[in-house]
Ligand binder design. Structure first.
Ligand code: ATP
Length: 235
């Protein structure tokens, strides 16, 4: 593995209006890694994903993907670099079927996964292909949201709490999907409260508090960091 990170975040500051939310965030992800961002509510995890993607525009610092500066790029150009963001609220079209959602924006790219590949990876979406978004379970909606981003050709996935509110059996299936994506070479930055789930997929963890990174450690050191996690996460 090369030492140059695929995604490089250095001293990232971000603001909502006048409210300064990220204070010098540093984060590196190597190609093919799955990295999990932990932190209690309001720590700045979602803001970090939004600032990387460029949805939140008021930012300063260094932000590079494959050495390319992202800060100056408009959102559609950021998406062309291979970054794909799945927000916590999922953003699927509720009135459209699964199949229709897979044919619609965000932009379906030539190098994006084909619908056939999507159905192989998510057999339940194939079963539900004619069902409307409103008829899908939370887990199916989450899988559809991830599938739509894969259609854009994204190879670096920013996933915001994909297991939020889902039953354990569905959480397990989302975990299986992430492992399958990792095997295909995808790079994943995952925001997750459920670190029992995250430990199965994460190569590394970052811990955030008050808009700053306060720790970072490899997945196998999760137990060794449990005291700090309990303290910072309040669990
Ligand atoms: P959660 O799990 O609750 O989403 P988080 O770690 O993702 O937590 P953020 O959503 O990034 O935290 O929020 C970081 C800080 O930014 C919080 O203080 C929050 O109140 C503030 N914030 C979030 N969204 C906005 C917004 N649209 N406008 C102003 N402040 C915001």
């Amino acid at each position: 593995m090369s030492n140059t990170p695929l995604l490089e975040v250095r001293g990232l500051n971000a603001w909502y209006g006048e409210s300064h939310v990220l204070h010098g965030v540093d984060l590196d992800i190597q190609e093919g890694e799955t990295v999990t961002l932990l932190g209690r509510n309001g720590a700045g995890k979602t803001t970090t994903l939004r600032a990387i993607m460029g949805i939140l525009r008021r930012r300063e610092g260094v932000l590079r993907l494959r050495g390319q500066d992202l800060l100056g790029l408009p959102l559609h150009r950021v998406a062309q670099t291979g970054l794909g963001y799945v927000p916590e609220e999922r953003g699927i079209f509720a009135s459209l079927s699964v199949a229709e959602n897979l044919m619609l924006p965000p932009k379906v790219a030539e190098n994006g996964m084909s619908v056939e590949e999507i159905y192989q990876l998510f057999p339940n979406l194939h079963e539900r292909r004619t069902s409307q978004g409103t008829k899908l379970s939370g887990g199916e909606q989450q899988m559809l949201a991830i599938a739509r981003i894969l259609r854009t050709g994204a190879t670096v996935l920013l996933l915001d709490e994909p297991t939020e509110g889902l039953a354990p059996v569905i959480v397990q299936r989302i975990g299986d999907v992430l492992v399958a994506l990792k095997k295909r070479g995808m790079t994943i930055l995952l925001v997750e409260q459920n670190f029992r789930f995250a430990r199965k997929v994460a190569d590394r963890f970052y811990l955030m508090e008050d808009g700053r990174m306060v720790n970072s450690f490899p997945g196998h050191q999760l137990d060794a960091n449990m005291d700090q996690l309990h303290e910072v996460l309040g669990v």
